[in-house]
Design a protein around this ligand. Structure first.
Ligand code: ZN
Length: 123
């Protein structure tokens, strides 16, 4: 149960603002939301925070706040590759690639493409 806006950043979630009027929703990074609240000295009480937002599309103040775990995950993936670089491992259920075929290519290939990769490695 979320009690404070800060709870979201503890959970690794962003702030999802949903409009009850038109259904429009948007996610703002929780860090950005907390910045705005501290700058205005607004209470970060979860229910009081509902009053601070309005729909960007229709202007309605009838909004619902929620935690957005998905948006957070997406932004994490957008970090520079150097920070997220993990060593490529063989996808579970796949046999190892023939010599000369990069693991990354092998993992992403479809069944048909894998056959071609095998043929190519043999020739
Ligand atoms: Zn709206």
């Amino acid at each position: 149960m979320v009690r404070w806006l800060e709870d979201l950043s503890g959970e690794g979630a962003d702030l999802l603002i949903q409009c009850r009027g038109c259904g429009h929703d948007r996610t703002i990074p929780i860090g950005q939301a907390l910045d705005i609240f501290s700058r205005h000295r607004w209470s970060t009480d979860w229910w009081l925070a509902h009053r601070r937002f309005r729909c960007r599309k229709c202007g309605s103040k009838d909004i619902k706040l929620d935690a957005d775990f998905y948006g957070h995950a997406i932004r994490r993936q957008r970090r520079p590759p150097v920070l997220t670089a993990v060593e490529e491992t063989l996808r579970p259920g796949l046999r190892p690639p023939p010599p000369g075929v990069p693991l990354a290519e092998w993992n992403r290939a479809t069944e048909a493409e894998r056959k071609r990769l095998v043929d190519r490695a043999r020739s």
